[in-house]
Write a protein that binds this ligand. Structure first.
Ligand code: SF4
Length: 415
C-alpha cells in the first residue's frame, strides 16, 4: 500500500509536479484560508480600499497587531473618499502605536490623490498603483493581485520563505531576491489571458464561480488567490521554525524537504547592526500636565508628538545630553530616573536616559512646545518610543490616568 502511494507520488512528479502546484495550492487554500478582516469571503466582491489599507498597515507589522487598527480605521473612514477628507492630524492620532509613521502620512496623501485624480477608485494596474504615494513595487503587486486579480506575484516574507525552500535557493538574501521573484511567478501557472495581465475578464470583482464556490481547477483565473494561498501557507505551515511539512500541499515537490534542511532557508547575508545612539528625554510636569512638542513633518517620526529630547548621537555623553534640556523660566531641578528606555529603529538602536522635573503652575511652555493634560495624552499622536519614555518618567501615574479614561469611556456620558 505504502509502495503504491509512493509510486503515485512519483508518477505525479513525473507528469509535471510544476504544473500542478497552483492546483494544489488552491485546493489547500479553499480549505484552509485565513479569515482576515480585510479579506473578502468566497463569492464576495473584493474592496480595493480594504486591500490597500491592510497592505499599508501590514508593511513591517504583524497581522495580529494590524487587526484592531484596521477595524478602527474602517469604522471611522469606511471608504477612500472619507479618508481623503479627514485631517492628517486625525489619521496620525489613530495611527499612533503602529510605528513607521511615514506610512500614515502617505496613507492620507494617497487617499487625497485617488479621490482627486481617479474619482475615488483605485487604479487597477501595478504601474498606476505605483504612481500613488506610499505604494512601492511590493504593495502595488499585492493590490493588483488581490484586489484586481492581476497575474502578478507579490513576494512578501512568507512567500520568500516558501519559495526559497520549495526550490532550495542556496543564494543568500538579498541577492537571491530576483531569482525568488522569478520562481514565485512560476507558481501562478500558465496564463490564459492576453497582454493586460488580468486573469480573465469578469474576475476583478469576485474570484469565486457564479455559484459562489471557488474551484481549484480555475488556476488561470485565480491569480490573486494563488498569491494569498502562498502567503497563508508561509504563515501557517511553512513557518520560520519547525515547518509542518506533513501538512503542506507542496511537500512531495519540495527540494529543501527532500534534503532535510528546510529551516536553513531562506539563506541570509548576516546583517550589520546599526550603531547604538544615545540621548536624553525630559518629562516635565506642571501640575497634571506634561510638556510636549510636535516633531518636524519630515524625517523619523515626522509630525508625531514627543516630550523634548536631546539629539540622538552615537558619541553622546550624559553631560552634553542634559545641557539640551528645555529652557524653562523656573530652572527646574532635573532628576534622572533609574534605568533607561531602549527602542530599536530599522537602522539603529536607541537608548534614552529619562530626566523628570516639576515646575510651578504658571510656568509658560518654551517656544514650539505646549502643555497637555496627562489624562489626554492618549489623544496625542504618540509613537511607541514616547509612550515608553512618558511611562518611565511618570511611573504608575500614566497607567492610573489611562485606567480612569477607559472607565469614563465605558461608563459613557452622564445621564
Ligand atoms: S514541504 Fe515543508 S519546507 Fe517545503 S514548502 Fe512545504 S512546509 Fe515549506
Amino acid at each position: 500500500m505504502a509502495r503504491a502511494a509512493t509510486a503515485i507520488r512519483h508518477t505525479h512528479k513525473m507528469q509535471g509536479g510544476d504544473r500542478n502546484r497552483p492546483v494544489l495550492l488552491l485546493e489547500w487554500y479553499d480549505r484552509n484560508r485565513r479569515l482576515l478582516p480585510w479579506r473578502a469571503l468566497p463569492g464576495e466582491p473584493v474592496d480595493p480600499y480594504r486591500v490597500w489599507l491592510s497592505e499599508i498597515m501590514l508593511q513591517q507589522t504583524t497581522v495580529k497587531t494590524v487587526g484592531p487598527y484596521f477595524e478602527k480605521f474602517l469604522a471611522r473612514w469606511p471608504d477612500v473618499a472619507a479618508m481623503a477628507r479627514a485631517s492628517l492630524d486625525d489619521i496620525l492620532r489613530m495611527w499612533a502605536g503602529l510605528g513607521y509613521y511615514s506610512r500614515a502620512r502617505n496613507l492620507h496623501a494617497c487617499a487625497v490623490k485617488v479621490l482627486r485624480d481617479h474619482g475615488g477608485r483605485f487604479p487597477d494596474t501595478e504601474e498606476d498603483l505605483r504612481a500613488l504615494p506610499g505604494i512601492g513595487p511590493y504593495t502595488a503587486a499585492a493590490i493588483a493581485a488581490i484586489a484586481f486579480n492581476r497575474r502578478t506575484m507579490p513576494v512578501d516574507g512568507n512567500i520568500e520563505r516558501v519559495v526559497s525552500r520549495l526550490f532550495a535557493v542556496d543564494e543568500p538574501l538579498p541577492k537571491a531576491k530576483p531569482r525568488i521573484h522569478t520562481l514565485a511567478a512560476t507558481l501562478l501557472g500558465p496564463s490564459r489571458s492576453g497582454r493586460d495581465g488580468k486573469s480573465r475578464a469578469g474576475d476583478v470583482k469576485t474570484r469565486a464561480g457564479r455559484d459562489g464556490k471557488s474551484r481549484a481547477s480555475d488556476v488561470k483565473t485565480r491569480a490573486g488567490d494563488i498569491a494569498q494561498a502562498l502567503m497563508d501557507l508561509g504563515a501557517a505551515i511553512c513557518t520560520p521554525k519547525k515547518p509542518s511539512c506533513v501538512l503542506c500541499p507542496l511537500s512531495d515537490d519540495c527540494a529543501a524537504r527532500a534534503r532535510g534542511d528546510q529551516e536553513t532557508f531562506p539563506r541570509k547575508t548576516p546583517k550589520k547592526a546599526g550603531e547604538l545612539r544615545r540621548g536624553a528625554a525630559f518629562v516635565v510636569r506642571r501640575g497634571s500636565e506634561v510638556l510636549v512638542r510636535t516633531r518636524p513633518a519630515k524625517g523619523l517620526l515626522g509630525g508625531m508628538t514627543e516630550v523634548p529630547t536631546s539629539t540622538w548621537l552615537a558619541a553622546q555623553d550624559d553631560t552634553a545630553a542634559l545641557k539640551q534640556a528645555p529652557c524653562l523660566e523656573s530652572a527646574p531641578r532635573w532628576r534622572r530616573k533609574a534605568g533607561a528606555v531602549t527602542h530599536v529603529f530599522t537602522h539603529f538602536p536607541l537608548e534614552l536616559a529619562v530626566y523628570t522635573a516639576a515646575v510651578a503652575r504658571r510656568t509658560a511652555a518654551p517656544e514650539g512646545m505646549r502643555w497637555v493634560p496627562i489624562a489626554r495624552l492618549n489623544d496625542e499622536a504618540l509613537p511607541n518610543l514616547m509612550r515608553k519614555v512618558i511611562a518611565h518618567g511618570l511611573g504608575d501615574e500614566m497607567e492610573i490616568h489611562a485606567l480612569a479614561t477607559r472607565r469614563k469611556q465605558q461608563e459613557g456620558p452622564p445621564a
